[in-house]
Design a protein around this ligand. Sequence first.
Ligand SMILES: [Zn+2]
Length: 261
Amino acid sequence: MDVRLRDLMLGLRDLNLAGAPVLVHSSYKSLGPVEGGPETVVNALVTVFKTVIAPTFTYKTMITPLAGPDNNGITYGSQQDQNRMAEFYKPGMPADPRMGVISETVRRYPRAKRSCHPVLSLAGFNADKILVAQTLNDPLAPLDLLEKANGWVILLGVDHTVNTSIHYAVRITGRRQFIRWALTPRGVVECPGFPGCSAGFPALAPEMDKFARKVKIGEALVQAFPLKMLFKVVAGLIKKDPLALLCSREDCEECNAIRNQ
Ligand SMILES: [Zn+2]
């Protein structure tokens, strides 16, 4: 049977997050068929939660230059084909398909706003104060405000690999960030404070599990995590092992740049 608006609302209410703001990472397909499509999911989110934010990153603006700073987790001069396909950042650019259709639907939702980073924008409903905190130099600043507002991260049918808040949590422990570049109408813009690889983030799951609230909606497992605890757990893991949460891929340039610094 198709998932209906009521199923979504009941499920999301069962997470029991009261009026907390939420950052939602999602896979629409994980739910199974939904009556009314992704709009139904977003309607449920904005009905149940006062403030809803979703990632609307735009990777196709990214450019790899021929040269740049050392130990930056990147092979300069590679990706020339992608450079040729790169698109100028525009505020109305759709979110990368990897963000999922629910995120893109949040972006297009009436009265939703979007922050203005050329690669790492977020879109949100009733989230203006959190979104304006983002700057070119501090792309993850909204996560700080979200944590201070006792916010939660919701993973709807996805795992910690896509959990952007972990990037912020590792950054505030002092972990190296990178410089990347984006094509904009003003030319190629340097984007400092760029987070690294997230393939190792699922290693956090066993530690975070005790703070998770979980519901099943349709075929999807929906998990919510309080940001305050997420930040504490990440800080604890990195204190024990400064290389925690890096991935195990031998050729991962970003994780290796952190190991080699
Ligand atoms: Zn990696």
